[in-house]
Design a protein around this ligand. Structure first.
Ligand code: XMP
Length: 511
């Protein structure tokens, strides 16, 4: 594996992802580890990431030079490049000349790292200090106006570095820089493929579980589906999946899980039909936070009673969670007991439920989860699903949640989703909530008659991680089609509006 040493930049995750896009497994480690600790993890290559500090700042993170002498190939990026230069006897100058953003790079000797690239490239820079003299044994490959030494390599020792950020998309030929390091300098084999991800995950699930019982709460989302499918492959008969149908799902959703998912995986599935319980508890409630709390509590009740029914007194040994690698990195962990993020995934599991977690996606990024899902034979529609919130349509009905209102919203939502798919735009947007303003009415005219119906709000957004979002610029023709169909086909709706608010200040959902 390739270890990405994180010097505190937001770029370490991106580097790890780019390395994996080259089909090489990579993990992020803290720069607080000593060189010995890092080498003890037996990396096949090391990448030192960028970081916000100056190598001259008090307490600036550094790296014991033993890391460069162990025969392990090392690539330094930005701050990592300067740490490497300084550690090996080069000079890092406080030029006071900063370079940020797009910068023109001149290649004077492409060497191995920059082989077959044009003489000038636009690259993405973000640095204050610069390397003014390369350490002995290194060949200087390129320069910019503010960085006399912008790239170097020492093929004998398999060490190389670049001042810019090859991992960001704005850097031309960035992926090639990383691949030249991985394949031509470090001579690694690209073997992190979906097939191998599946094989490795299955081996480790088997080793962890032995012959004990496993429970998995399916939410209908991609992560829990892929996690369940992996566990099913590994230890099939010992797994039971529970899917809570709370009546707040979209059209066809429960059926998709029941038929598509079970047909492909052969999983033992319990569908808990809890519509009455959830709708009963929600009757008369229109405050968003109260709705959320009620739904969370009902999830817990349902899950507890299902667990009792399935396992009886023997209890459950393991619970499957769809935790992804970014969650692990963000919660600062690699080691130790997993944080239980049940409330994100399945709408709230009881904290005192006794179980050990199985997290087969703990080492994967979202795109890898999708690749593994496809490898396991899950249908494309399931693998490419947009995120859908645990509380479901209840937080997309502004006002009290009733069966009739759910029906209305379900029809409008199905039309919007259908037209988005027909226009082949599903993968261009992050999510497409459709919201029913159930407490608002507006006057319209249809045929010769006056109508007094409800507005629907379309809320298509683009985003990378749901933390921030922008409203999606869907083509007018697609919006027109959706609007025409909803107002014609959904009896209660006589008006369709488009939400053009980014997040912040809006949120993605309306409640
Ligand atoms: P907001 O509305 O806060 O949503 O911008 C951010 C993302 O989170 C989803 N979301 C939820 N997911 N349980 C979930 O599993 C919830 O209670 C919940 N609330 C919001 C939302 O769909 C978006 O992707």
């Amino acid at each position: 594996k390739v270890l990405v040493v994180d010097f505190g930049a937001q770029y370490a995750q991106l580097i790890a992802r780019r390395v994996r896009e080259a089909s090489v497994y990579s993990e992020i480690v803290s720069s607080k580890l000593s060189a010995d600790e890092i080498l003890a993890l037996r990396p096949s290559a090391i990448i030192l990431s960028g970081g916000p500090a100056s190598v001259y700042a008090d307490g600036a993170p550094s790296m014991d030079t033993a890391i460069f002498e162990a025969g392990v190939p090392v690539l330094g990026i930005c701050y990592g490049f300067q740490v490497m230069a300084q550690g090996l006897g080069g000079t890092v100058a406080r030029t006071g000349q900063r370079e940020y953003g797009r910068t023109s790079l001149s290649i004077n000797d492409s060497g191995c790292l920059l082989a077959s690239m044009p003489n000038t490239l636009n690259v993405w820079m973000s640095h204050g200090d610069s390397v003014s003299k390369a350490p002995k044994g290194f060949k200087v490959l390129a320069r910019t106006a503010g960085a006399p030494v912008a790239a170097f390599e020492d093929l004998g020792r398999k060490l190389a570095g670049v001042q810019w950020h090859p991992e960001v998309l704005h850097s031309q030929w960035g992926q090639q820089v990383l691949e030249h390091f991985l394949f031509n300098i470090a001579e690694l084999t690209p073997d992190w493929t979906p097939e191998n991800m599946v094989t490795e995950a299955i081996d480790s699930i088997r080793a962890q579980v032995g012959d004990r019982r496993v429970l998995c709460a399916l939410s209908g989302g991609v992560d829990s589906a892929v996690a369940a499918a992996l566990v099913q492959r590994a230890i099939g008969p010992q797994l039971t999946c529970v899917f809570v149908d709370h009546g707040l799902l979209r059209q066809g959703e429960a059926e998709q899980v029941k038929t598509d998912f079970v047909a492909v995986t052969g999983v033992d599935l319990v569908v808990a039909d809890e519509k009455d319980r959830f709708l009963g508890a929600l009757a008369g409630v229109s405050d968003p936070e109260t709705k959320r709390k009620i739904i969370g509590a009902q999830f817990i009740r349902t899950f507890e009673s299902q667990a009792r029914e399935i396992a009886g007194d023997k209890g459950i040994d393991f619970l499957v969670q769809g935790t992804l690698y970014p969650d692990v990195v963000e919660s600062g962990g690699g080691e130790g007991a997993a944080n239980i993020k049940s409330h994100h995934n399945v709408g709230g599991l009881p904290e005192d439920l006794q179980f050990t977690l199985i997290e087969p996606l703990r080492q994967m990024f979202k795109d890898e989860v999708r690749a593994v899902g496809l490898q396991l034979g899950l249908p494309e529609e399931m693998v490419w699903r947009h995120p859908f919130p645990g509380p479901g349509l209840a937080i997309r009905i502004i006002g009290e949640v009733t069966e009739d209102r759910l029906d209305t919203l379900r029809q409008a939502d199905a039309i919007a989703r259908h037209e988005l798919a027909a226009a082949k735009l599903e993968r261009d947007i992050w999510q497409f909530p459709v919201v029913l303003l159930a407490d608002v009415r507006s006057v319209g005219v249809q045929g010769d008659g006056r109508t007094y119906g409800h507005p629907i709000v379309l809320r298509p957004v683009t985003s990378d991680d749901a933390m921030t979002a922008d409203w999606a610029r869907l083509p007018y023709e697609v919006l027109e089609k959706i609007s025409n169909r909803i107002t014609n086909e959904v009896a209660e709706v006589n008006r369709v509006t488009l939400d053009i608010t980014s997040k912040p200040p809006g949120t993605i959902e309306w409640e």
